[in-house]
Ligand binder design. Structure first.
Ligand SMILES: Nc1ncnc2c1ncn2[C@@H]1O[C@H](COP(=O)(O)OP(=O)(O)OP(=O)(O)O)[C@@H](O)[C@H]1O
Ligand SMILES: [Mg+2]
Length: 510
């Protein structure tokens, strides 16, 4: 006897339909899986056999052949346990009803419990796009599945509850997004910019960076508040649009990083990998490819604290993703592309001892040691960072001042207003922020006054800017003008943008 049950697989960040086919025939008892199964799929047999027995069904002692179609795409993970169990039940005549308009995903425990899996959100989206009426998902993944409109998502906790539903004994109702609290990923909710004393220039630069999603590098002595400032950045980032939230949630779903019971990500991701991170950890990879930190920061922030301590290959591996906003991982089995449109925030000391240029302390580093330290950061990487700022030591008067600094909420209002102008400007295109203006659109959206234009000419010749640095300078000026609600870029806006580009000359080009 033969049976077919619908399921779903993952390819990069998208799901696709899979058919799990089971054939039971006469012959020596055996179990073969074909259709490029990975190790976890092969082990499915043992989980399915035990859960069938422990749920009161009979495991067919015959020759069993299972095919996962399409047969030329590699299948990974434990997601096919549940559809395989149903296919075997149907093929052995223990389950009669038609399941053609439904798709099933889920891992099984030996006693028939349905366990959560990775990637439910993109799978449910694929089920909807392929015309299924409903999709059965593990209860632990119900929240992310419920986010998708236009399809019934039914959460099952065990094989027994699924059988109760299929036989009509105890119908399970579809999951609704309102049933789940939205997930706020960042734990920085209590961290507020009002905690930061002084540092007016750094605060302003972070506001500009947040408003246009620009990359930023902070240089300063130990204890000046670089890490403190960066960790408060999520509190002033603009709200995510629905599309951004869906994309970011999809990647967290694939990486298995959505805590159970949580729906759509609402706050922008903030990732802060340790400097020992490998290239695969940063940009994605592994034998079964997974998204890396860069993709997990999609639409959010990738914070690299103590930048020179990162390995050179790890830093350089970010060059291409910073330009293209995506990472392509090629394996023999498939080539996968993960999006990674993130804002890079980096912090570092100016030299190994940390006190180069300090107003009161003397730096103990030899010029050579300092240059070696700085040269760990390559010119091309620096060129991709739009804003370079110095974070000087805080003065006593500022630290002991009774006047609280401006709060995150009020900075965020300005950032949100500037981002709203950008959303309006880029309506109908795939661009979402000034930092991502494509070359072809740059001249059109960055109109400037004649004075600003001649100032830019002078700056270009004097600073020896690269074509990329020139483009990035214009984009930052555009953001500063947006924060000022100005349509045309003025000399004020441009000179502030130029000031954010001058630090690399001070430290790197002596
Ligand atoms: N501007 C500031 N206002 C209030 N507190 C500050 C400020 N700067 C630093 N601090 C205090 O000093 C601590 C250390 O700051 P932080 O870790 O941000 O320094 P850093 O610049 O990252 O130093 P390092 O270069 O050693 O990493 C903070 O947790 C905070 O308590
Ligand atoms: Mg620090």
């Amino acid at each position: 006897m033969f049976a077919r049950v619908n399921s779903l697989g993952l390819l990069g960040i998208d799901g696709f339909p899979i058919k799990v086919e089971a054939d039971i025939s006469q012959g020596l008892p055996g179990f073969d899986v074909v259709g490029l199964p990975g190790a976890a799929v092969r082990e499915s047999r043992d989980r399915v056999r035990s859960s069938m027995k422990n749920c009161g069904f009979t495991y067919p002692v015959s020759r069993i052949t299972v095919n996962l179609a399409p047969a030329d795409i590699r299948k990974e993970g434990s997601v096919y346990d549940l559809p395989l169990l149903l296919a075997l039940l149907k093929a052995s005549g223990q389950l009669e009803m038609s399941l053609d308009d439904s798709a099933f995903v889920g891992e099984l425990s030996l006693d028939g419990e349905v366990r959560p899996i990775r990637g439910v959100l993109p799978m449910v989206m694929a089920a909807r796009d392929n015309g299924f009426q409903r999709v059965f998902v593990p209860e632990g993944n119900a929240a992310e599945g419920a986010v998708v409109d236009g399809i019934d998502v039914i959460a099952v906790s065990s094989v027994a509850s699924l059988m109760g539903h299929l036989s009509g004994e105890k119908i399970l109702s579809p999951a609704h997004p309102e049933d789940f609290p939205n997930l706020y990923l960042s734990d920085e909710e209590t961290a507020d910019f009002s905690d930061v004393c002084g540092q007016a220039a750094a605060r302003r630069a972070l506001e500009v960076a947040a408003a246009g999603a620009h990359n930023i590098l902070m240089i300063g002595p130990p204890g000046s508040g670089k890490s403190m400032l960066a960790r408060r950045l999520p509190s002033i980032l603009p709200d995510m649009t629905q599309t951004e939230a869906l994309e970011a949630t999809k990647i967290h779903s694939i990486a298995g990083m959505l805590p159970g019971g949580s729906g759509l990500l609402k706050s922008r991701p903030f990732r802060s990998p340790h400097h020992g991170v490998s290239v695969a950890g940063l940009t994605g990879g592994g034998t079964v490819p997974r998204p890396g930190e860069a993709s997990l920061s999609h639409h959010g922030v990738l914070f690299l604290d103590e930048l020179p301590e990162f390995s050179r290959v790890a830093m350089e591996s970010l060059r291409q993703p910073l330009e293209d906003s995506c990472v392509t991982i090629s394996r023999v089995s498939a080539s996968l592309t993960y999006p990674c449109s993130f804002m890079l925030v980096a912090a570092m000391n100016p030299c190994p001892c940390g006190y180069f240029g300090h107003p009161t302390r003397t730096c103990k580093c030899s010029p050579n040691a300092q240059q070696t330290y700085l040269s760990r950061i390559s010119g091309p990487l620096l060129d991709r960072i739009d804003l370079h700022i110095e974070v000087p030591p805080v003065e006593y008067e500022q630290l002991s001042s009774k006047n609280p600094s401006e709060s995150s909420a009020s900075i965020r209002e300005r950032v949100n207003a500037a981002r709203a102008i950008q959303l309006e400007r880029f309506r109908g295109t795939s661009v979402i922020s000034n930092a991502r203006i494509p070359a072809g659109m740059l001249r059109k959206v960055c109109a400037m006054t004649d004075d600003a234009s001649s100032m830019l000419h002078g700056v270009f010749d004097r600073m020896g800017l690269s074509a990329r640095a020139y483009d990035r300078l214009l984009k930052v000026a555009r953001t500063i003008a947006d924060l000022d609600s100005a349509e045309i870029i003025d000399t004020r806006h441009l000179s502030e943008a130029v000031q954010y580009r001058s630090l690399d000359r001070k430290y790197w080009r002596k």
